[in-house]
Design a protein around this ligand. Structure first.
Ligand SMILES: [Zn+2]
Length: 268
């Protein structure tokens, strides 16, 4: 399962360092040795040993995914939102270069810096265009839309990004069911408090991502796309997460109510 490290905004960097991951890198990589190519919505910076066709496919896929993600989030034709300036994508030589010079955790395959509208990653044989790129771009588009100062649980932020992946980690539900059965399951109310560090155990990291993926997948596909769009809009307008939940999904007064409905669905 692909994991990443997400920093919602530079203001959140210190918080993220304590919570989701240890992220000491700055969004702009000031090292020399970058080549670059500019497109309509993106600037791709890349190491000289990254193949040209990989760079071009990254640019093309990013442009396509931008359209798909805004469709998924129901914001394509929103008159109050626009992709104002190009986002940046840094492609490091390989995992070693990425971990060392982008300052990322060994379990991370990509990082998104939402406010800086920057993605950092490296070429990977499997899953780059279907998983990593849509996921990281999902983080950036979502925050560009809802704003950088509103607070949402990290599981929600990750779940939204995972939903942009081609396979949407459909097997995540099985992992969560197994966690419920073996007593490892973390209820949504507690999931926000989970801390991930560079040396976090892979079981904890995997379960965090599986639950995030499954919960948001449940919200979008079972509770309805239109409701999900309304819910995100409430958050964008400054309604606190739990209040927005109750306002849109009347039967959920608390996150715990959402948790119960989700678990019932999984155990269906
Ligand atoms: Zn992520």
């Amino acid at each position: 399962m692909k994991k990443d490290c997400f920093v919602a905004s530079l203001r959140w960097t210190a918080l993220a360092a304590m919570t989701l991951c240890v992220n000491v890198a700055f969004a702009d990589d000031v090292q020399s040795g970058w080549q670059q190519t500019k497109g309509q919505d993106f600037i791709v910076y890349y190491r000289s040993d990254v193949p040209d066709d990989f760079v071009q496919t990254t640019m093309d896929t990013a442009e396509d995914e931008l359209k798909e993600i805004t469709d998924n989030l129901g914001i394509t034709n929103n008159q109050y939102w626009a992709w104002d300036s190009p986002a940046k994508i840094y492609i490091y030589s390989d995992h070693k270069d990425y971990v060392r010079n982008a300052g990322q955790a060994g379990w991370s395959h990509g990082a998104a810096f939402a406010k800086a509208r920057t993605i950092k990653t490296y070429p990977e044989v499997q899953g780059f265009f279907d998983t990593i790129l849509p996921h990281e771009l999902g983080h950036i588009v979502f925050r560009d839309y809802i704003g950088y100062t509103v607070g949402v649980p990290l599981w929600f932020e990750e779940g939204v990004a995972i939903y942009q992946e081609k396979a949407k980690r459909l097997g995540a539900g099985d992992d969560v069911r197994a966690a419920i059965e073996n007593g490892q399951f973390i209820p949504l109310t507690q999931l926000t408090g989970v801390r991930l560090y560079k040396d976090s155990k892979s079981q904890v990291v995997d379960l965090f991502y599986s639950e995030s993926a499954s919960a948001v997948y449940y919200m979008i596909t079972e509770l309805g796309e239109q409701e999900f769009y309304m819910f995100c809009n409430e958050i964008k307008n400054g309604t606190p997460f739990q209040d927005a939940l109750h306002k849109v999904y009347l039967r959920f007064e608390t996150i715990d109510d959402l948790n119960k409905a989700w678990v019932e669905y999984l155990q269906g």
